[in-house]
Ligand binder design. Structure first.
Ligand code: ZN
Length: 162
């Protein structure tokens, strides 16, 4: 009998994530598939839910809504002076940066534009607010070890690095 994805299985996935226009945003590479522990929220909830019960070897196209994916958009991008960043910081569009507020709380944001004296920062994950079709193939399945269940993530090649 073919094995199916249920809680406490370690799942190896090959995946291709596309945007609304069908352009590839992210993809697992040959030889480095994604490993996760099912039921432990290692992956976005929308994808995990749709993988429940899928058989080993099967492929599905999961549709991940913002609510169950990278979240709704939470604000607008804004321009800030370049000198708010350390002079020697190597900044690039697409980079994620973490700032801290007065209370030391972390505020993650993304750099979306750079000019000589201004940086455009966006509080949204680049995929926030998007409904994304994700093609996934279940390459293999195995029972999680007791230690993996306890930790809530897989070990071994491709697993949690510790
Ligand atoms: Zn561990």
């Amino acid at each position: 009998m073919t094995d199916k994805i249920t809680a406490n299985k370690v799942v190896t996935l090959a995946y291709t994530l596309r945007d609304d226009d069908g352009e590839i945003i992210d993809q697992s590479r040959d030889g480095s598939p994604l490993l996760y522990l099912h039921g432990a929220r290692n992956i976005v909830p929308g994808l995990e839910e749709q993988l429940e019960g899928v058989a080993e070897g099967a492929s599905i196209t999961a549709t991940v809504s913002p609510e169950k994916g990278y979240g709704p958009r939470i604000g607008e991008a804004q321009e800030v002076p370049r000198n708010l960043f350390p002079a020697d910081a190597e900044l690039a569009a697409g980079m994620q940066v973490v700032a801290h507020d007065d209370q030391g709380r972390q505020i993650p944001f993304f750099i979306t534009g750079i000019t000589e004296d201004k940086i455009t920062v966006d509080p949204n994950h680049p995929l926030a607010g998007e409904t994304l079709p994700c093609e996934v193939t279940v390459e293999s399945l195995r029972e999680a070890s007791d230690e993996e269940s306890e930790h809530g993530h897989p070990h071994g090649p491709g697993g949690h690095p510790h």
